[in-house]
Design a protein around this ligand. Structure first.
Ligand code: DGJ
Length: 742
């Protein structure tokens, strides 16, 4: 998979799907990018891929006319050469200058990629993945940069991660060190990314790439609701199922930068990594710094092809393997049913009913600890509130387990309230400068997770609770961003390290918890999808996608989230109506048909449900459990974009193409509607499928389902029982079709 030509100093990483080619440039020793795209043959020499001209106004090295780097495609551009574009590495030298020049030194090729502790990254066995480590030496110091590439046999993917080590005795300062730089010739590309806010995460945006820089980022200490560490380049004609797309995803939960700089020679410089904003890192003698890993996907099967690659790759090579292919419990969470207002009796009433409905896991959300009756206090005091739960968490959990349910619990480990013993004992454990203003967010403050003693304290508290009771699941929440960043524990030259050290502290706590409780299922959450990123899936295989549980809003949110993240990671519940975020009334079936394309659970007061509603929920749960393997292990296709109109549709096809499940949704009902068809994809053309919907089944062939599609209207051909006209699905209507090979 990795070829090196020692005559021409060219590297070619390839499998049967992709090729990634770069070389050592003459005279400068800089790594010159030549090609990333569909697989091409291994040639003796790739000179034909070199684009090099002497452009007017170039700066050159002394004695040379071909060393200008400003229009050269590079693997890791640095400041201090003749390249004026945004560098991927910027170092401050002991005398204050920032002039670097990293040239090829040597390289290593090896097989296998071990799981990294404390920094989420992809992993694979020796027979699955090959690694290329290229070492570059700085002309002016003892700094060595390692460019680490991974190519997996079965995926159109290259991953990148960079490491810098200071082999000298003088301390240097890193000001910027990105994970990925790809200089790609522009072909009229468009760029696509996910943006949003609380309660409206993962909204799709697609625009033409224009000259200059287009950027998304986070400066909030978490990957954020506003942007996701992901972007795509695609052609104007690229659709969900056809055309070229390059997907880029960063395995990181903190401040990130993802940008495309389209330069004057029509090269798109794509960069992903830790956001250089507010970042610096001291590199003392023998110290190393490792960037997060970035993943690049190439697809010729449109956006669905790209997403399917991300889904399968992350499930196989990133997501917590204990859970990646394991059935998840159908849960009920009490948050929207009770908020803070509950006691043991109320919880047990919900749990009793939940058991009766077929639910597997009861999750007790916020409000069980300290004296937390509102969101005003108690965070950091993880002792059960005996006023609400006289038998503690242990007593409650045992009772719930006795009912035949599993028990799960909510934590918000990274936060502290000022009314807690923790804050009284350690006011300096709060992020912020005590001599300046420190803002609260939801009445709470952020603990300084860059300090190991803080992480240890919280681990001990959580450990105590988890060890005391039969708890199989935790929901790890995080409800505010970091403002006024300052750590009392860091020296002045190290303050720029806080954001990254903080997130390493978060990963450390995940490691500690999972080391002690390896079977625990963790769902990450940050006021909804404020930290929905690949890195947390390394520990927590599912993430609460949004606090917006309205079925219509969820169509857009789940549609966008699926660009990168598999359905088995998308936390989705059937919740209360009128919906608590938008006040909308949607039917129970619409809510379930949307939530089924995710982890599936409930978050509403089920205690007063009528027998008819209870029966409907029982059927929904049985239906989901029947399809769960298909939904979580199958291949997902987006069919109709909810941003384009009144409808949304998607489907999952099993890998052997024997089964499929299609979800169709309409926002508003139309009177006397036009005829409609929904063309399916991904089926086996020659297989016959029984297409069933609510008890009726029709026999169809894969070929015609993919060329004609499902006919959504009626076919009234004189049968008396049908003469009423088309079934009315109403506003917020939905349909679920199950296809099974016959
Ligand atoms: C925000 C989460 O997204 C909600 O689901 C809930 O857990 C609340 N926090 C509790 O405070």
């Amino acid at each position: 998979m990795i070829y090196f030509n020692k005559e021409t100093l060219e590297f070619h990483l390839s499998n049967d799907k992709i090729s990634y080619i770069f070389r050592v440039m003459e005279e400068t020793g800089v790594m010159e990018q030549l090609y990333f795209g569909a697989s091409i043959d291994v040639y003796d020499c790739y000179d034909f891929l070199i684009e090099r001209e002497s452009k007017p106004g170039n700066n050159q090295s002394e004695g040379s006319q071909i060393t200008n780097l400003d229009d050269i495609k590079q693997e890791i551009p640095v400041y201090g050469t003749t390249d004026f574009r945004q560098p991927a590495l910027e170092v401050v030298y002991p005398n204050g200058d920032r002039i670097s020049h990293f040239a090829y030194h040597n390289h290593e090729i090896r097989r296998g990629k071990a799981r990294l502790k404390g920094l989420p990254s992809t992993f694979g066995k020796e027979e699955e993945v090959e690694i290329l480590a290229v070492f570059l030496k700085d002309r002016y110091s003892e700094l060595i940069v390692e460019l680490r590439y991974a190519i997996y046999n079965d995926f159109p993917i290259i991953t990148r991660q960079n490491i810098i080590t200071n082999h000298g005795s003088q301390t240097h300062q890193l000001e910027s060190f990105l994970s990925l730089n790809l200089d790609l010739p522009n072909e009229d590309y468009e760029w696509l990314h996910l943006h949003g806010a609380w309660a409206r995460e993962a909204q799709l945006s697609r625009d033409k790439l224009v000259t200059g820089t287009q950027q998304i980022n986070s400066t909030r200490g978490a990957s954020s609701h506003m942007h996701n560490p992901f972007l795509t380049l695609c052609l104007p004609e690229t659709t969900e199922n056809q055309g070229r797309a390059y997907g880029f995803s960063l395995i990181y939960s903190g401040n990130f930068l993802a940008q495309i700089q389209l330069d004057t020679y029509n090269i798109a410089r794509i960069q992903l990594g830790i956001n250089p904003f507010q970042f610096s890192w001291e590199l003392a003698e023998n110290a190393s710094f490792t960037t997060p890993e970035a993943v690049m996907v190439y697809s010729e099967q449109g956006l669905n092809g790209m997403s399917q690659t991300f889904h399968e790759f992350y499930k196989t090579h990133l997501i917590n393997q204990k859970w990646a292919h394991q059935k998840r419990p159908v849960l009920i969470n009490n948050w929207e049913a009770t908020y803070f207002d509950f006691d043991e009796e109320k919880i047990l009433t919900i749990a009793n009913k939940a058991k009766d409905l077929g639910i597997d896991l009861f999750v007790l959300d916020d409000g069980w600890f300290g004296t937390r009756d509102t969101d005003n206090g108690s965070l950091g005091n993880w002792t059960p509130d005996l006023r609400k739960l006289p038998n503690g968490i242990r007593g409650l959990a045992n009772k719930i387990v006795d009912l035949g349910l599993q028990f799960g619990l909510w934590f918000e480990p990274e936060m502290v309230s000022v009314d807690t013993p923790l804050f009284a004992a350690h006011p300096d454990w709060r992020i912020g400068n005590p001599d300046k203003h420190i803002s609260h967010g939801r009445n709470q403050f952020v603990l300084d997770f860059s300090r190991s003693e803080v992480v240890d304290n919280i681990f001990e508290q959580i450990d105590k609770v988890l060890s005391s009771a039969p708890i199989t699941y935790i929901k790890w929440d995080m409800n505010r961003y970091i403002s006024e960043s300052y750590s009392a524990a860091l020296d002045k030259q190290n303050q720029g390290e806080l954001f990254h050290r903080y997130i390493l502290g978060v990963y450390d706590l995940y490691e500690k918890i999972l080391e002690k409780f390896p079977d625990l299922l963790i769902e990450s959450c940050a006021g909804g999808g404020g930290r929905f990123d690949p890195a947390l899936l390394y520990y927590a295989p599912q993430a609460w996608a949004s606090d917006d549980t309205d079925a219509v809003e969820r169509l857009r949110i789940q549609y966008g989230t699926s660009m990168v993240y598999p359905l088995s990671s998308i936390g989705s519940h059937v919740s209360e109506v009128p919906n608590h975020q938008v006040g909308r009334l949607t039917s129970l079936s619409m809510r379930a048909n949307v939530a089924m394309f995710g982890t599936f659970g409930y978050e509403l007061d089920i205690t007063n449900f009528s027998e008819a509603e209870s029966a409907e929920i029982r059927t929904q749960i049985m239906t989901f459990k029947g399809y769960q393997k298909l939904i979580h292990d199958g291949v997902f296709y987006r069919l109709k974009n909810p941003n384009d109109g009144n409808e949304c549709a998607w489907m999952v096809v099993s890998k052997d193409q024997k089964e499929a499940l299609v979800g169709w949704y309409q926002v508003l009902a139309k009177p006397n509607p036009a005829y409609q068809r929904l063309r399916l994809v991904g089926l086996s053309p020659d297989k016959n499928y029984g297409v069933s919907e609510g008890g009726t089944e029709a026999l169809r062939q894969g070929k015609d389902l993919m060329s004609v599609g499902l006919l959504l209207g009626e076919n009234l051909i004189g049968r008396p029982e049908n003469e009423q006209g088309r079934s009315i699905f109403g506003d917020f209507g939905s349909r679920l079709f199950y296809l099974c090979e016959k």
